[in-house]
Ligand binder design. Sequence first.
Ligand code: RB5
Length: 147
Amino acid sequence: MSKKIVIGSDHAGFDYKQEIVSQLKSAGYEVIDVGCYDKNSCDYPIIAQTVAKRVASGEFEKGILICGTGIGMSIAANKVRGIRAALCPDEFSARATREHNDSNILCLGARVIDVNLARKIVEIWLETPFSNLEKHKKRISMIEGDK
Ligand code: RB5
């Protein structure tokens, strides 16, 4: 598993991003923060596309996106081919989306869950491997239109 990760947020996710960045650094990750860098209002699609493209290109295995709901980030990131961005509001979803969907971007809603739950979701999402089961591999191929 790569210990390099790309992360981004809009203004609504800025405080949570600071928390998650320090969590990741303490866990030994090299973290690339693509913004935003303060709490001034900004446009989440730009950040989502930046993170998504850097994951889709193979530069990073995984990325994390945080906005108010996590919804805008996930919609925007999933427009990039090869991206499987999962909005996770709980621990079960974090584990299931890694095992079943091999999600490569985690989206979090800073106005939806508390920061301790966000930290736990990040930990589980990063630690859970893809199941590698044929049925899940086939379904992932179907998402890309390959099957
Ligand atoms: C910003 O106000 C908010 O719209 C954004 O953070 C996000 O929740 C969009 O989906």
